[in-house]
Design a protein. Structure first.
Length: 515
């Protein structure tokens, strides 16, 4: 009756289903007993490998997230495909590395949809397998056709055109305009007499900006972020209009939990896939009153507690609906951590002994492991792998093919190049994992990681992220080679001692890039 029974019976069932359709009672029982497992994927923003107590943080407690690790498998050698949001999300949803497609760096807030609607996607695969598919939260993959989103009309194409049945979105990021939610094809609460205008080149309308009216700010920017002020916070990009539709920064997580709960409740009688893509812990870090000052670590710590609250709320809902024993919960992050990401929120001053990367070199944006090595927890129904740690090499790009296999989709189309079926790894049965993975840094070098070794391609550029978060980029004129088993913090460049390996990895990367 369980999830495991589902896995075993999947193929038997597929072949029996047609034959037994005249035995209605039988087939109903069978379907009920072996209903495909729901998937709730909690995708957090900028949460580092060292940011949660389940991964060794001692200065902050994240009990709800830790419970997922206690009841599931915690992966300690897991990677997002990139060190920023847009490319990592592109990979998760398409099963391909984002560097294969131009223009998939950090997307503007009025970018056109970056995923080709004809492409195979994670939600389209699950839809084929009979799932109801929903996304709630941050999108940041562009909306609309090549002229961009029609904010006051039908905003399309978007998630609904690439395989989601339902969407409730922060269109780009919390720090980018427009500061409104988009439900399916429309801005929520938009008054037609007060249309929204968005511009990423020049000021529109007469709303104050951070640059002209710093006196009006409740939180000042440290880098950029000095365009239109919404709720006392100046953002990236200019907007005017849509007053009734503006979100309230302090209740974004509650809004996202509410929409997630509604999606779960209304789809509980059939398999569903929910991608809950949190705003936390991205900037601007505006914790709800419940969490303000609670971490003792300033806003960045407070929104980690708030994220933990979100996880707890979702688990509570699944429990209440009796769905926990047939739901897979995945918890991960889109890229590594950053301390000062553009607002003076005292993240650095109040950090204390907390180490967001868990000691890894670099951070968000970086080619070093701090950029894309992230926490990944999978809680399987029926306690599969309960409480274990896996050191298998895994990449988020593999969820597409692995969930295809899990849900009985036999063939994934050829437009999916990079996603591999790693289901046995995600289940904890295979402890080796992938042979190799590729990592993308922000406007910088791409790395190739195989076994214990990591190669960073030589590209000249600034050593530190130029606008000021104090993070090493990974740019270097010379090739870099690290033994990440003996030297997990990538301190000793061994490239000149192992020229053969450098040559081999360089060629493998060239071949991979050919596709
Ligand atoms: C950067 C922003 C940063 C953040 C990032 C995207 C500045 C100075 N910095 O350009 O605050 O928004 O883009 O983050 O503007 S991500 O997690 O969505 O990739
Ligand atoms: Ca991010």
């Amino acid at each position: 009756h369980s999830f495991l029974a589902y896995v075993l019976l999947t193929f038997v069932l597929v072949s029996c289903k047609n034959k037994t359709s005249n035995h209605k009672a039988d087939s109903e029982t069978t379907t009920k007993e072996t209903q495909k497992p729901n998937i709730v994927f909690i995708y957090t923003d900028d949460l580092g490998y060292g940011d949660i107590s389940a991964y060794g943080a001692t200065e902050i407690k994240t009990p709800a997230i830790d419970a997922l690790a206690d009841e599931g498998i915690a992966f300690h050698n897991a990677y997002a495909t990139a060190a920023t949001c847009t490319p990592s999300r592109y990979s998760l949803l398409t099963g391909n590395y984002a560097w294969r497609k131009k223009g998939t760096g950090v997307a503007k807030g009025d970018e056109a949809l970056l995923i080709d609607t004809k492409r195979t996607t994670l939600p389209s695969i699950l839809k084929t397998a009979g799932y109801k598919t929903g996304i709630v939260g941050k999108w940041h993959l562009g909306l609309g056709d090549k002229s961009g989103p029609d904010w006051n009309g039908k905003i399309s194409p978007g998630p609904l055109e690439i395989g989601f049945d339902y969407s409730y979105l922060i269109p780009a990021t919390g720090d980018r305009v427009p500061c409104v939610f988009v439900e399916n094809h429309h801005i929520v609460n938009l008054d037609p007499n007060d249309p929204v205008t968005v511009n990423y080149k020049e000021k529109v309308g007469n709303w104050p900006t951070g640059k002209e009216n710093p006196d009006l700010l409740t939180m000042k920017p440290s880098q950029g972020h000095n365009n239109t002020i919404v709720n006392g916070i100046s953002r990236i990009g200019y907007m005017t209009g849509g007053k009734a539709a503006l979100w309230d920064d302090e209740t974004i997580p509650m809004e996202l939990v509410d929409k997630s709960n509604k999606f779960i409740n209304s789809n509980k009688n059939q398999p569903f896939f929910l991608l809950l893509s949190t705003h936390d812990i991205h900037v601007p870090r505006i914790a709800n009153k419940m969490f303000q000052g609670k971490s003792g670590m300033g806003a960045r710590g407070d929104v980690i507690l708030q994220l933990d609250w979100t996880v707890n709320e979702i688990v509570k809902t699944l429990k209440m609906q009796n769905l926990l024993n047939n739901t897979i919960i995945v918890f991960s992050s889109d890229n590594g951590p950053v301390i000062d990401d553009g607002y003076q929120d005292q993240a650095r001053e109040l950090l204390g002994d907390h180490n967001p990367t868990g000691g890894l070199r670099g951070g968000k944006y970086s080619a070093y492991n701090g950029g894309s090595k992230i926490p990944l927890i999978i809680r399987w129904p029926d306690g599969k792998g309960k409480g274990t740690i896996s050191n298998a090499l895994v990449s988020q790009v593999d969820f597409l093919s692995s969930f295809a296999a899990l849900t009985g989709v036999k063939k994934v189309k050829e437009d999916v190049i990079d996603s591999q079926n790693s289901l046995d790894v995600f289940l904890g049965d295979n402890t080796t994992g992938r042979t190799a993975i590729v990592q993308e840094s922000f406007m910088g070098p791409v790395s190739y990681l195989e076994g214990d070794w990591k190669y960073i391609e030589p590209i000249d550029g600034p050593k530190l992220v130029p606008w000021g978060p104090i993070i090493e980029t990974g740019f270097q004129k010379e090739p870099q080679l690290y033994n990440i088993k003996n030297d997990p913090n990538e301190q000793e460049n061994l490239a000149s001692r192992f020229p053969e390996r450098v040559k081999d990895f360089k060629e493998k990367l060239i071949n991979l890039k050919k596709g």
